[in-house]
Design a protein around this ligand. Structure first.
Ligand code: CA
Length: 219
């Protein structure tokens, strides 16, 4: 299991990232400022650091500089506000491996994290299968009984969450946060609408409604 250190002072964002990573099988730890992040890296073993730039006390760039001196091989993905992308490019030159701008979708962050960890892990499958349906992660298409269907970006992101959690009940809130991100209105019915789209493409019985709880992808 990969261990990820999340350095983020906004608790709402930290818990959003932590929940999503845990649901995808990662072990996580949150540090709310740069000093404690450096302490944790010194004391423990992490496989990757997600690093916010705007932090109380020493900022993300200083943390990055220290990390690079002490742990040059540790992958770092920077989280930054969109209006400071210029600074972020400087951060990349300072040794970050990747960056992502806020606001972001969880799936986008997850893809970066997986990409940066790949060097030390076995390659991921490129096709996810569940019975007679499959999802091709390269072409972003669904394959149903041998026929191929195109998916929109949101349909694909939602389908990927279902394929990665077959047989599990996923709540609307989980699906919203994983596919649409933390800024989405929790009262929205967008999940139900997109489940309807996916049922049309994958087959109605494939995604079961679980009354009062959410949806379950049948194997
Ligand atoms: Ca911040």
């Amino acid at each position: 299991m990969s261990r990820i250190l999340i350095v983020e002072d906004e608790t709402r964002i930290a818990s959003f990232v932590e929940k999503g990573l845990k649901a995808n099988g990662f072990a996580t730890r949150v540090a709310g400022d740069g000093e404690s992040a450096l302490g944790l890296v010194r004391a423990g073993e992490y496989d990757l650091v997600i690093l916010d730039i705007g932090l109380p006390g020493i900022d993300g760039f200083q943390v990055l500089e220290e990390l690079r001196q002490k742990r040059p091989a540790l992958p770092v993905v920077i989280l930054t506000a969109r209006d400071s992308v210029g600074d972020t490019v400087a951060g990349l030159e300072g040794g970050a491996d990747d960056y992502i701008t806020k606001p972001f979708r969880f799936e986008e962050l997850l893809a970066r994290v997986r990409l940066r960890l790949r060097g030390s892990r076995p390659a991921e499958p490129t096709v996810l299968e569940a019975g007679d349906v499959a999802l091709d992660l390269r072409t972003r298409q669904a394959i149903v009984d041998g026929a191929t269907f195109d998916l929109s970006a949101r349909e694909f992101a939602l389908a990927e969450v279902f394929f990665r959690h077959p047989g599990q009940v996923l709540s609307r809130e989980q699906l919203l946060s994983q596919v649409w991100g933390y800024d989405f209105d929790p009262g929205s019915n967008v999940v139900d609408v997109y489940v309807g789209y996916l049922r049309k493409k994958l087959g109605k019985r494939r995604i079961a409604s679980v009354r009062g709880m959410g949806y379950r992808f049948e194997r």
